[in-house]
Write a protein that binds this ligand. Structure first.
Ligand code: PHE
Length: 356
């Protein structure tokens, strides 16, 4: 091969080796084989070569062309392979790695207790009803047989709100969920059974009292609802909720203005260990009774035709007992560490025990 062809060959091979990406590679290819490429120019000039040399020169040019084509293709393949390998390395993914931890929300114990209570009472035919946190004096007290100056008002440490024009008594933050008894009696057609979970307020603040807390109210009204139904319903509820089928339950005569007779309900526990069940001690857990005829009449229901029972229970109290939560205050502090410890997985269904 003549010197100029040798030079072109080695120059092109050097240029190809120096081309480290497909762009640079393509520039080399065009510079050699393109319309005005160096090899293309030599091929064009073949006609000008003296006829006796033309054959040999032509064959040499063709060999050079084949060899350069092969070198160019080989370089392209090498560059493409390298690019693919670089990409594969960059996008490498280890599918055997465990998933990255991601923040998962948890259900607050109060919400979980309310869900469980609604599920248990729901299975007994109770629907969930709600009422407003800001109540009229009449719904919170008057209709429930607690007139102005009634001594029971003093127990409630009521938050009074600024008076409203045209109303003789200022509105209150409801001190219990019992006003929703009155609302459901006025709104629903009889017979019905409702439970009413919600926030309640009393101006009381210490280690075991919060000015805002939660109650769940129950009300079952019908023509033949008796004290036996009240007892059966609450015994079943308490044993199911606490998951102790032998939980001792005691009904103790008491007083509420809106029920007659009235009973407080105690469950058996061990005062020393805090363990529920046996142990010989009693712990008061809720208030209950047969709805007072005056309350029915106040809500426009004829007490000679209809009767029923009602109960009210503190949600925080039973939550603390069920889950061994020692202090009331962290319920409202939104401390994420506390919630991580006592919160519930939203995807796990509420644990229900025998009886439901
Ligand atoms: N409302 C009462 C309380 O807050 C509880 C209760 C409700 C008692 C219904 C009897 C019937 O203490």
């Amino acid at each position: 091969m003549s010197d100029d062809l040798d030079a072109l060959k080695s120059r092109t091979e050097a240029d190809l080796a120096a081309a480290t990406d497909l762009r640079a590679w393509d520039a080399v290819r065009v510079a050699v084989l393109g319309k005005s490429g160096s090899l293309t120019a030599l091929l064009k000039e073949l006609g000008k070569v003296a006829p006796e040399e033309r054959r040999e020169r032509g064959a040499a040019l063709n060999r050079l062309k084949d060899s350069l084509n092969a070198a160019i293709e080989a370089r392209r393949t090498a560059l493409e392979t390298a690019a693919l390998e670089a990409r594969l390395a960059a996008e490498r993914m280890d599918v055997t790695l465990p998933p990255r931890p991601h923040p998962a929300g948890l259900i607050h114990p109060i919400s979980r207790t309310i869900e469980e209570m609604a599920a248990i009472f729901g299975a007994m035919g109770f629907e969930v009803a709600e009422g407003p946190d800001v109540e009229s004096d009449w719904h919170n007290f008057g209709a429930l047989n607690i007139p102005a100056h009634h001594p029971a008002r003093a127990d409630h440490d009521t938050f009074y709100l600024p008076p409203v024009a045209g109303q003789s008594m200022p509105p209150v933050l409801r001190t219990h969920t019992s006003p929703v008894q009155v609302r459901t009696m006025l709104e629903r057609s009889l017979p019905f059974r409702v439970v009413v979970p919600g926030r309640t307020y009393r101006a009381d603040h210490d280690a075991t009292h919060s000015p805002m807390f939660h109650q769940i109210e129950g009300l079952a009204l019908g023509r033949d609802i008796t004290l036996g139904h009240l007892k059966g319903c609450l015994i079943d509820f308490l044993r199911t909720f606490f998951g102790i089928s032998t939980l001792p339950v005691r009904f103790r005569s008491s007083y509420f203005p809106f029920t007659e007779p009235s009973m407080e309900v105690d469950i058996g526990w061990n005062r020393k260990t805090g363990e529920l069940g046996g142990g010989g001690d009693w712990l008061e857990i809720l208030g209950s009774g047969m709805v007072h005829p005056k309350v029915l009449a106040n809500a426009g229901i004829d007490p000679r035709e209809w009767q029923g029972f009602a109960f009210g229970m503190g949600v925080e109290r039973v939550t603390m007992l069920k889950h061994g939560i020692p202090d009331l205050r962290p319920f409202y502090e939104s401390d994420i560490r506390w919630l991580r410890h006592y919160g519930f997985n939203p995807l796990a269904p509420a644990m229900l025990h025998e009886g439901v």
